[in-house]
Design a protein around this ligand. Structure first.
Ligand code: ATP
Ligand code: MG
Ligand code: MG
Length: 377
C-alpha cells in the first residue's frame, strides 16, 4: 500500500484521490485551508508552504509527493526533494511558474509563441508596447490563474492603468492574438520515460476562465501530431514526470504556445469518463513508475465548467451518458465549483444532448460555441 502526498487540496487533488482508490493507493493532502475540498475524500494536513516541521511530517508519511497547485514555492519543492521523491521535478515546476521562462522554453524547442517582452518598470512597459504592438496583454510572470493578474491594453494610453493594475509586479507583455481557436494537449510522461498524449482538446474561455472543452478537437488531424511533438519535446527537455497541459492558440492555421500547467488540468477532466485511463489515473501511474494506461478517447466528450455556483443537477442527471461532478466547495464568484461531462457516439447525438442541457439550465450561451464547432466542416 503506497501513500501519495499532494501539495494543494483543491478539486484536482480530490479527483486524484478518487482515481487512486481503485489502485489501492492512500493519500495525504497538505493545504493551508482547513476546508480544502480534497479533505472531504482524503486525510488533510494543514500547513503553509514554509512550515518545514509540518512539511517534514508530511514527507515522512508519504512515498512520493506531487502537486495539485503549481505555485508551491520553488524553495519548498527543493527542500522536499531531499526527503521524498517529488514529481514533477522542481526545475519543471519553476519554469512553468514563470511565464517568461516558459515562453522562452517554448521557443527553444521550436514552438512559436505570441510576440512578448519582459516588463519590470512602467517605462519598460511603454517600450515593450512599441515592440510587441497593440492590442496587447500585460500578465504577471508569476501566480496568475483563471485570467487573474492580467490587463488588456488597447493602446499606449493604457500604459499607466495597466502598470498600476498589476501593482508593479515583474510581468510579461504579450501581443493579443486574434486566434481562430484554443486547443490543449494533455500529456503524460512516466518515471521510465514512457510518453503519451490524450487527443487534442478544444477549449472556450469566458472572462479568462475555462467554460467548455470538446474532445477530440474536430478538424485537428493536421495539427494534432505537431502539437504532440511539441509536448513531447517539452517533457523530455524538462525530464518531466506526471501529467501536464500545454495550452495552444491556433492562428492562421499555425500553433502558438500560450502556457503550460505542470499538473492535471481542467481541460482534461473529460478523460474521467472519456478515456480508458483518465489523466488522474495516468498521473498516479506516472509518478509511481507504473506502466501508463490507454489515453485514447472512447467517444465524443464535452466538459462544461460550473463557475461561481452549481446549476441544477437534474437536467444533467436525466441525460443519458452525462456525468455530474460537485467539488464540495462553497459558492463564490469566479470559483470553479464543479463540472459536467457529456459523452456521445456522434456529433449529432452530442448536439441533441447539449441543446437540451443548455435550454434546461438556461445556459445556451455556454453550449453555443461547442454546438457551432460540432457543425462546422
Ligand atoms: P489558466 O487558468 O488557464 O491558468 P491564466 O490566468 O494562466 O489561465 P492565460 O491562459 O494566459 O491565463 O489566459 C487566459 C485566457 O485568456 C486564454 O486561455 C485566452 O483565452 C486569453 N488569452 C491569454 N493570452 C492571450 C493572448 N496573448 N491573446 C489572446 N487571448 C489571450
Ligand atoms: Mg495559467
Ligand atoms: Mg491558461
Amino acid at each position: 500500500m503506497q501513500t501519495i502526498g499532494i501539495l494543494g487540496g483543491g478539486q484536482l487533488a480530490r479527483m486524484l484521490a478518487l482515481a487512486g482508490a481503485p489502485l489501492g493507493l492512500r493519500f495525504l493532502v497538505v493545504d493551508s485551508a482547513e476546508d480544502a475540498c480534497a479533505g472531504q475524500v482524503a486525510p488533510l494536513l494543514r500547513t503553509d508552504w514554509r512550515d518545514f516541521d509540518r512539511l517534514g511530517e508530511f514527507a515522512a508519511r508519504v512515498d512520493v509527493a506531487t502537486f495539485d497547485f503549481e505555485n508551491v514555492p520553488a524553495e519548498t519543492a527543493h527542500w522536499l526533494t531531499e526527503h521524498v521523491p517529488v514529481f514533477p521535478n522542481p526545475r519543471a515546476l519553476a519554469i512553468s511558474q514563470d511565464r517568461l521562462a516558459e515562453k522562452t522554453l517554448f521557443r527553444e524547442i521550436g514552438l512559436d509563441t505570441p510576440a512578448f517582452a519582459p516588463v519590470n518598470s512602467r517605462d519598460e512597459l511603454a517600450r515593450a508596447l512599441e515592440h510587441v504592438g497593440a492590442p496587447a496583454i500585460l500578465k504577471t510572470r508569476r501566480l496568475g490563474y483563471d485570467g487573474k493578474g492580467q490587463f488588456r491594453l488597447k493602446s499606449a494610453a493604457d500604459v499607466d492603468a495597466a502598470w498600476e493594475a498589476l501593482g508593479g509586479a515583474p510581468s510579461i507583455l504579450e501581443a493579443f492574438v486574434p486566434f481562430e481557436r484554443e486547443l490543449s494537449v494533455i500529456a503524460v510522461r512516466s518515471r521510465e520515460g514512457e510518453f503519451r498524449t490524450y487527443p487534442l482538446t478544444q477549449n472556450w474561455h469566458a472572462d479568462g476562465i475555462l467554460a467548455a472543452s470538446l474532445a477530440p478537437a474536430p478538424h485537428a488531424e493536421a495539427l494534432a501530431p505537431v502539437a504532440y511533438a511539441h509536448a513531447r519535446r517539452i517533457a523530455e527537455e524538462l525530464d518531466y514526470v506526471g501529467v501536464f497541459a500545454l495550452e495552444l492558440f491556433v492562428r492562421d492555421g499555425e500553433l502558438l504556445g500560450n502556457e503550460m500547467a505542470p499538473r492535471v488540468h481542467n481541460s482534461g477532466h473529460w478523460t474521467i469518463e472519456g478515456a480508458p485511463a483518465s489523466q488522474f489515473e495516468n498521473h498516479l501511474r506516472a509518478v509511481l513508475g507504473l506502466p501508463l494506461g490507454d489515453s485514447g478517447a472512447l467517444d465524443i466528450h464535452v466538459m462544461l465548467n460550473w463557475i461561481g455556483e452549481l446549476p441544477d443537477p437534474l437536467p444533467i442527471l436525466a441525460e443519458p451518458r452525462a456525468h455530474w461532478h460537485d467539488y464540495g466547495k462553497s459558492a463564490r464568484a469566479g470559483r470553479k465549483v464543479g463540472h459536467a461531462t457529456v459523452c456521445a457516439r456522434s456529433a449529432v447525438e452530442m448536439r441533441e444532448r447539449l441543446t437540451r442541457i443548455g435550454k434546461a439550465l438556461g445556459r445556451e450561451a455556454q453550449v453555443a460555441p461547442v454546438l457551432a464547432a460540432l457543425t462546422s466542416d
